[in-house]
Design a protein around this ligand. Sequence first.
Ligand SMILES: Cc1cc2nc3c(=O)[nH]c(=O)nc-3n(C[C@H](O)[C@H](O)[C@H](O)COP(=O)(O)O)c2cc1C
Length: 191
Amino acid sequence: MLKVAIIIGSTRSHRLGERVAQWVELASKEMKDWDITVLDLKKISLPFYDEISVPAEMDRKYPNPKVQAWSKSIEEADAYLIITPEYNHSVPAPLKNAIDWLYPEWANKPAALVGYSTSSTGGARAIEHLRNILATLAVATVRTGLTIGRAQDIIDEKGTCKDENLNKVLRTEFTQLDDWGRAMSSLLKKK
Ligand SMILES: Cc1cc2nc3c(=O)[nH]c(=O)nc-3n(C[C@H](O)[C@H](O)[C@H](O)COP(=O)(O)O)c2cc1C
C-alpha cells in the first residue's frame, strides 16, 4: 500500500478547486494499491506561521494542536498529490503557509502536481514555483505537471473532466507518483 495524501491548495469560498479535487480523487481510486487521504486546507484551517523558532529546528514539537495534526498527516503520507490554483503567477498564500509550517515531515517523498486556473495558462507558473519550493524540502516532484486551462469549462461541478487528454495525463502522473513512491520508500524506513 502506498499512502497518498491529496492536498487541496485553495481555501476560498466557492472555489473552483473543489471540482478539480473531486476529479482527481475519483480517478485516484483506480490505483488499487493506494490508501488515499484528502487534506483540505480550508477545513484544516491553519494559522499563519507564527513561531519563535523555524520548523527545521522544532523537532516536530509544535505548540498548536492544528499544526500537530497537520504534521501527523504529512508525516504519515508516502507521497503527495498537490492541487493548486494560480494566484499572481504563483501558489496561493494558504498553500505556501501550510508547506512552511513543517520541515522533516516532507523529506524524501515524491509529489505530483495538478495546477488549474480560469485563464488558458492553467496554473503552469504556480506549478513551476511549487517545484522550487518543494525541492528545498527534499520533495521530488514527478516530471509530468498537469495544467488545466479554463478549468471552469473543462471540469463540471460533479468532477467530470471532458478533456480526454487531461484524463490520460492524470493517469500518467499517477503512475509516475506510484513508481517514485515505491522507489523512495526505502529512504523513509531509515528515518
Ligand atoms: C488573488 C488571485 C490571483 C489570481 N492570479 C491569477 C494568475 O496569475 N493567473 C491565472 O491564470 N489566474 C489567476 N487568478 C484566477 C484564478 O485562476 C481563479 O480565480 C481560480 O478560480 C482560482 O482557483 P480557486 O477558485 O480554486 O481558488 C487569480 C485569482 C485570485 C483570487
